[in-house]
Structures are given as C-alpha cells and as structure tokens.
Design a protein around this ligand. Structure first.
Ligand code: RNT
Ligand code: ZN
Length: 423
C-alpha cells in the first residue's frame, strides 16, 4: 500500500485546523518533537548476545525468546541493521551500547580491561552519522556473575572485578561523550538478588553502597558523562529479594546526585512509572527512562502505543521535563523481525511524544484550576479522537521517512536482500 503525498498533506491541513480550534499549534508540536532524541538499545538487534564470542549463555535473569532468522552476529552487521532502522524513524536519535558489544579483533579482553579503543569503530560510526552514544557496563552473562551476585558479592575479589568493570565502563562512556560532543549516560544495572528468602538483606546492600561509592570516586566532566543507576523489583532467579531495589537506588541517587533509571517493567504490575516521574523529579536534576512493556511480568515486550506509553509522554510534556529526562528503550523480542521491533517501538515512543504535544493542555489545565472536573474529563476524552494520525503521517513525510506501514515494505526488502543471506 503506498500513500499519496498530496493526500497526506491535505489530511494534515484539515487536522491542523481542528487542533487549532483547541488552541494547539501542530507546527510547534512537530518542531519540539524533532528535538527529542530516543536512545535505541543495541541489544534488540542480537538478543543481548554481544561480541565477546564467549560460550556463556545469557545470564542475569534476562530472557529472550524466539528464533527469528537473520540476527546480527558482528558489529558491522549490527551497524548495518541500525542504519536501516534509523532510516525508517523520523528525527535524529541516539544509540545505547552495552559493554559486551566491544570489538577486539578476535583478542580476548575481559570486562575489567575494556578501553575506549575497543569501541573506536562505534565512536567513528556515531560521529559520521551524528548519533549520540549511551553506555552500560554488562554485569551478567559472565562466569563471575553465575552466582547471581556482582557488585554486592560477598567475595571481595569478585566484587573488585565488577567494580573495575564499572570504572572501565565509565572511562569508555566519558570518551564517547567527549568525542561525540554530547554527554553519554552510563547506566549501571546489576542482577544481584536472592531466589529464596534471605536471612540478611542488609549486608549485601551495604556492600553495594560501598562498591558504587568506589566506582564513582573518579570524577568525570558532566559534559561527557552522566552516571545513572537502575532499580528492579524482581527478576528470574531474584524473586525474593533484589539488592538494588527502588528504595535503595532512589536514596542512592538522591544522596550522591546521580541519575536514577526508571524501567517501565521493574515495578509491581499495577504500579506505573508515569506516576513516579513527577515525584522523583522533585529530588533529582535528571533521570533516565527505560521504556519497556511488561506483560504479566518484566517480559520486555516491544513497546506499543498503549495508555502507559502515552501517560509517560504526557508527564514529560505537561511538566516540561524534556531537557531533564533521557529516554532510552529497553525490550528484546527474537520472535519477530528485529529491525521491525526497533522501528515499531521507537516510532511508538515518538508518536506518544507527538500526541502529548498535541493535547489541549491549556484548556484542560484551566478546567482543573477552575475545579471543573467535568470539562477536564470531557476534554481528555474528546482529545483522544483528534486526528493526530494525520499529523504523524505528515511529520514522517516531512522527515523523509515512510508513513504508516510503508516502512514494513522496506524492512521486508532488507530481510530478503540482507538478513536472509546470513548463515
Ligand atoms: C534488566 C534491566 C536492564 C537490561 C539491559 C540489557 O532487567 O532492565 O536495563 O534490560 O541492561
Ligand atoms: Zn532496563
């Protein structure tokens, strides 16, 4: 199905008028959304495997299901796939790399010895394409993480290994930020926790505090590096107690002036991060989001345009947090085309931001101030059927990326020309 560009423009002109009646300027909405970068997570491209070429299976309780053919098996393929994905997403976006995506020319380099050199090809690619980079130490899928403990491990040598890995990751991230001219968010997530009821919850948390303090002792220029810590409620193998819980990291981030990462899948199923943003932002200068979708549990499904995604975007926009919130994606699905997964999830995040910018916020705010909750509800409901689809199509067209499902044709072509030829 191919779209007539004139029709897209015509539909947009009508939509523009309709939004205008609600006091919303569609041109401004598109301009603002174009300035918001989304950090695409590299790990959707190869099921969180990375390029260490070790035999260690995916660990840390992370689970990727599915065996869709054609996944990237080296960094060149992953970059090629990413280029294809970016070409189908309107706007300029970032890339979020994990430490296991290093390039060593076949040499074995353990995690505590990674240096910026091992990421120089990523940095060159990012500079060429004007893409900002974010980074993560990888504290899983490694023999020293097999016990399920890393930075809070009771063995001092194991703990030291992971401290060194996190310190090395910060050096890599700072260099990425320096070279790309845009601060790199380095996010620490560890799997540490107990499958069954522990006797001592305190000591591992004390050790985690100490490990983090040692990691952050080295100061970096905030124009190059922003440090972030990510909490979790439970994981596979850490059902009874996660050392780095929400309370733990929120307190840590506030007291140490770090970024806090809210992952949409890391809370009780009836809890939502959209409602946490404004509270957390009271105490923190900046935060990181891992936009994900849990289905019954932290299942990391591809992000869809559901109520929570819209609510997250609305919170960012209504409270004017755009410059203080870093938006990263975090999902992994190997049962569908992996490039399509990136494209669907990222386009949805951008769509949600556009919808949030097209809300009649002033009118709804006024209704609330007036105590007229009837008008507030009426406006909230009426605005759900405003023609934002027409604005979205026009936004894609203006940015020279395919509208609606036209992008799927391009993914299919790429699948037959590139992915199907991979072993
Ligand atoms: C795990 C965390 C973490 C990872 C990535 C791979 O529960 O969400 O962010 O998904 O670092
Ligand atoms: Zn996450």
């Amino acid at each position: 199905m191919s779209f007539n560009p004139d029709l897209v423009e015509h539909a947009y002109e009508i939509a523009k008028e309709q939004f205008h009646q609600y006091g919303v300027d569609t041109e401004i909405a598109m301009q603002v959304v174009a300035q918001i970068p989304i950090s695409l997570h590299c790990w959707q491209g190869d099921d969180v495997a990375g390029f260490e070429h070790s035999d260690t299976a995916l660990g840390g309780g992370l689970a990727v299901t599915g065996n869709y053919p054609g996944k990237a098996t080296d960094a060149d393929q992953l970059r090629q796939d990413l280029n294809q994905a970016y070409a189908l997403i309107p706007g300029k976006h970032r890339l979020n790399l994990h430490a296991i995506y290093l390039e060593t020319n076949g040499k074995k380099v353990d995690r505590n010895n990674i240096t910026p050199t091992h990421f120089s090809r990523w940095i060159d690619w990012a500079k060429q394409n004007n893409i900002g980079l974010d980074f993560n130490p990888s504290c899983f899928s490694h023999p020293l993480a097999n016990s399920g403990f890393t930075l809070s491990h009771q063995d001092v040598h194991t703990r030291q290994f992971w401290i060194e890995h996190c310190i090395a990751s910060r050096t890599v991230a700072a260099e990425m930020g320096k070279q790309t001219g845009s601060p790199c968010v380095n996010n620490i997530w560890i799997p540490d926790g107990f499958k069954d009821t522990p006797i001592d919850r305190k000591t591992p948390r004390d050790r985690l505090t100490q490990s983090l303090d040692s990691i952050f002792k080295i100061k970096h220029d905030p124009n190059h590096l922003l440090d972030s810590v990510e909490s979790k409620l439970f994981g596979i193998g850490s059902e009874s107690c996660v050392i780095g819980s929400h309370e733990f990291y929120l307190g840590y981030a506030i007291s140490r002036k770090k970024l806090y990462c809210l992952d949409a899948g890391h809370f009780h199923p009836t809890e939502v991060i959209s409602d946490k943003i404004s509270s957390v932002m009271n105490y923190l200068d900046q935060i990181l989001l891992h936009v994900s979708r849990g289905v019954r549990w932290d299942s990391d499904h591809v992000v869809t345009l559901n109520d929570e995604l819209t609510a997250i975007a609305q919170e960012i926009v209504r409270s004017n947090y755009t410059n203080r919130i870093h938006i990263g994606l975090d999902f992994f699905d190997a049962s569908i085309n992996r490039i399509a997964a990136w494209v669907i999830g990222t386009r949805n995040m951008i769509k949600a931001l556009l919808i949030a910018h097209l809300e009649p916020i002033q009118q709804m705010r006024q209704a609330e101030i007036n105590g007229d909750f009837t008008a507030r509800l009426a406006l909230l409901e009426e605005s759900k059927t405003l023609p934002f689809g027409a604005v979205w199509n026009y936004y894609c067209q203006k940015n020279n990326v395919p509208t609606e499902s036209e992008w799927l044709t391009e993914v299919r072509n790429y699948e037959s020309e590139v992915l199907s030829l991979r072993g």
